[in-house]
Design a protein around this ligand. Structure first.
Ligand code: TXA
Ligand code: MG
Length: 345
């Protein structure tokens, strides 16, 4: 039985009891919804893996309600960590540091490090602060599917498998936190997010690298798995509006009769609707990567609801927040991207 409570109801006592009994509570954060368990309870954390169908070598992020709580979880809060938490917490930034023994191996996927973050969401902070429990929480979706950006998405994936969902409405950011590994001399971004490389470099005053090992062995175990994927095939189209129209027309003339969707921006939405009757047209908004990030997972889930078989999406410039958006889009597409210039379209 999954109980749903609105974030403005008195949900804390109920959630606290469930967490203390080793149960699972899904809750909103500013990035995506998390599926939480008491991070110090190994058995409870095991249930997270079962509910999500998540590989056991993929570690969980531990959420805290106060900056100083990090001291209990990691061996050494180094200078970079201090500067980053000062500037960006509460917020969409996860720090990887050497863990203390209080973190069970189940949470860290067998690694000697742990990811910690303080979310910037009123409901999440209330839950964390009033219960005082460090909460291990991955995104609250079935493994491999797009992360949930509202409570309905969580219910779609996990009803009956978890004990409670706290409904805090739509999330603010829409893609998962930036993960920075601070265990080596040079900080490395293991997963890009809303807090960009430039923002981090400015605060710690030195160069930060992206984890470029993604294609071989990424340092964040989760980055090697299929991710964020809709049921249909997502194909990224890199080209002008005219090229995109020509390409899709060509494909439909080739007799493809599967249900098709196009994800575009407001500027072209109506034109595409007039051009392609019977094709579902979605919009990322005004073309800004930040707004698109907020909508991406919801659109991919809507495509699933409509049983779309082929989804064409426009691409974004890989700079600033476009970088993290494209990271999710490329993974959701399994790196299927067509350069329409090169194809001579
Ligand atoms: O925004 C977020 O971070 C959301 C919300 C709920 O806080 N959480 C989230 O968790 O995205 P999850 O489990 O879906 O993704 C966590 C990622 C995985 O790729 C995992 O491999 C990586 O973080 N990770 C966790 N602990 C790690 C560690 N100690 N070392 C390297 N990577 C780690
Ligand atoms: Mg996830």
């Amino acid at each position: 039985m999954t109980v749903v409570r609105r974030g403005n109801e008195n949900f804390i006592k109920e959630a606290e009891k469930i967490l203390k009994d080793g149960g699972l509570v899904a809750f909103p954060t500013e990035t995506v919804y998390g599926l939480g368990a008491d991070a110090t309870n190994e058995e409870a954390c095991k249930k997270i893996y079962m509910a999500k169908g998540r590989p056991s070598d993929n570690p969980l992020i531990v959420h805290i309600g106060r900056k100083e709580d990090i001291e209990n979880l990691v061996e050494d809060v180094n200078d970079d960590a201090k500067k980053l938490t000062e500037e960006f917490w509460p917020g969409p930034l996860t720090l990887i540091l050497k863990k203390r023994p209080i973190i069970p191996d189940r949470v860290s996927g067998g690694l000697d490090t742990v990811g910690v973050r303080m979310p910037n969401n009123e409901v999440a902070l209330k839950l964390l602060r009033e219960t005082g429990i460090p909460i291990a929480a991955p995104s609250a979706n079935i493994s491999g599917k797009p992360s949930p950006t509202n409570a309905q998405h969580v219910l779609q994936d996990l009803t009956g498998k978890i004990d409670m969902v706290i409904d805090g409405g739509k999330v603010n950011i829409g893609i998962e936190s930036t993960i920075v590994d601070l265990t080596e001399d040079i900080p490395k971004i293991l997963r890009p997010g809303h807090i960009t490389k430039e923002m981090i470099e400015k605060v710690i005053g030195k160069e930060v690298l992206y984890d470029d090992s993604v294609k071989s062995k990424p340092k964040a175990p989760g980055m090697k798995y299929k991710h964020y994927s809709p049921k249909g095939i997502l194909i990224l189209l890199d080209g002008t509006y005219e090229q995109i129209v020509r390409y899709i027309k060509m494909k439909s003339q080739m007799g493809i009769r599967d249900r098709i969707a196009i994800i575009t921006t407001d500027k072209y939405k109506n034109k595409l609707m007039d051009t392609f009757l019977g094709i579902s047209i979605f919009s990322y908004g005004n073309g800004d990567a930040e707004e698109a990030s907020k909508k991406l997972y919801e659109i991919l889930r809507e495509c699933d609801d409509e049983d779309i078989k082929i989804i064409y999406s426009v691409v974004f410039d890989k700079k600033d927040r476009g970088y993290s958006l494209m990271n999710r889009l490329e993974k959701a597409a399994g790196f299927r991207q067509i350069d329409l210039d090169r194809e001579g379209i």
